[in-house]
Design a protein around this ligand. Structure first.
Ligand code: R5P
Length: 326
């Protein structure tokens, strides 16, 4: 046989930006590996420097970064890491983005707006990412913005397992905070034993960010334990209003479950005061101590991300993590 034959040994490496070190540590622990030692710092003018301290040639690299505040800085850092990996001759690059920044701007709501979620996908492609991995995109169609494989993970199994342990089965109504997320609420209801569905009729002022008014709840919530589900809580306006309309309509209790706890001010105050029995989120975004409160539960997303990374590396099936539904 001509040429050179080598033992076909693959190598998985995990690198992380500086936005959410704890999540990176947790994912590395779940995988049973050390992260690639990395230098990253800011220059006086805000430019970012990154360098990996060991060779990554030929490796399948997974680059983890949380798109949290200051969000543009951390996105840029992740792009630079992808670029550095490409130029260091890795075999493949997967950008792991537990919360996909700019995901809410996935279409032009009005003329002369950008489609920011698309631009982000283009930037990762240009930098050299072969694949994206993310959790609960604001709209699943955002997968199509990236011209390559996108592993779209669902936090739902983690959230539903927890919520099931907190609410009396048989008295649950799953509530969507707006009409657009009813399909997601429907799947939640199935997972929680098939109770009724309700949704909040919400109106939004598109000229002002984070402004929504919950008008009324449509569906059977009186005397019920409501589970209000959303993809993200930013300033908490949407969810706090939705909790109030459910309670005003006679709900017995309300538990809020959301994947991404962005918790921009004044979310902590709103969530504490809205009357929800408990607010459950995952740690796709770091939640510092000052944003936490007694009725907030933060579940770890690390086991899910680690399992998905392993499936990708082993050429296994990410879909199998979600009973074939993802
Ligand atoms: C809206 O479509 C989203 O799913 C969230 O409900 C919304 O973006 C949350 O924002 P805020 O917490 O600022 O109301």
């Amino acid at each position: 046989m001509t040429g050179i034959t080598t033992q076909d040994e693959k190598r998985l490496v995990l690198v992380s930006g500086r936005a959410h070190p704890q999540l990176a540590i947790d994912v590395a622990d779940e995988l049973g590996i050390e992260m690639v030692p990395t230098t990253a710092y800011d220059f006086a003018n805000g430019e970012i420097y990154v360098r990996f301290a060991e060779s990554v040639r030929g490796a399948d690299a997974f680059v983890l970064q949380a798109h949290t505040g200051p969000i543009n800085k951390w996105i840029m850092e992740q792009l630079l890491m992808v670029d550095a990996l490409k130029r260091a001759s890795v075999a493949s690059i997967t950008a792991v983005i537990p919360f996909y920044g700019y995901s809410r701007q996935d279409k032009k709501h009005r003329g002369r707006e950008p489609i920011s979620a698309r631009l982000l996908a283009d930037m990762f492609q240009t930098a050299g990412a072969d694949r994206l991995m993310s959790v609960d995109l604001h709209a699943a169609q955002t997968q199509g913005f990236f011209n390559g494989p996108v592993d779209h993970l669902w936090a739902m199994p983690i959230l539903t397992d927890y919520v099931r342990s907190r609410v009396e089965a048989g008295n649950i109504t799953v509530v969507s905070p707006d009409a657009g997320r009813i399909r997601v609420a429907e799947i939640w209801a199935e997972k929680l034993g098939g109770g009724p569905l309700a949704f909040v009729h919400k109106t939004r002022d598109t000229s002002r960010p984070n402004q929504a008014v919950a008008n009324r709840v449509v569906g059977d919530v009186e005397g019920r334990d409501c589970v209000l589900v959303d993809d993200l809580i930013d300033t908490g306006g949407t969810i706090a209003e939705a909790v109030k309309v459910c309670l005003d309509a006679g709900a017995k209790s309300v538990i809020v479950a959301a994947t991404h706890g962005v918790l921009s001010d004044p979310a902590t105050q709103r969530l504490q005061e809205c009357g929800a029995r408990e607010v459950v989120v995952t740690d796709t975004i770091p939640i510092p101590p000052e944003k936490r409160f007694d009725t907030l539960t933060v579940l770890s997303i690390a086991p899910l991300i680690a399992r998905a990374i392993r499936e990708v590396f082993d050429d296994g099936s990410v879909t199998s993590l979600f009973d074939g539904n993802a």
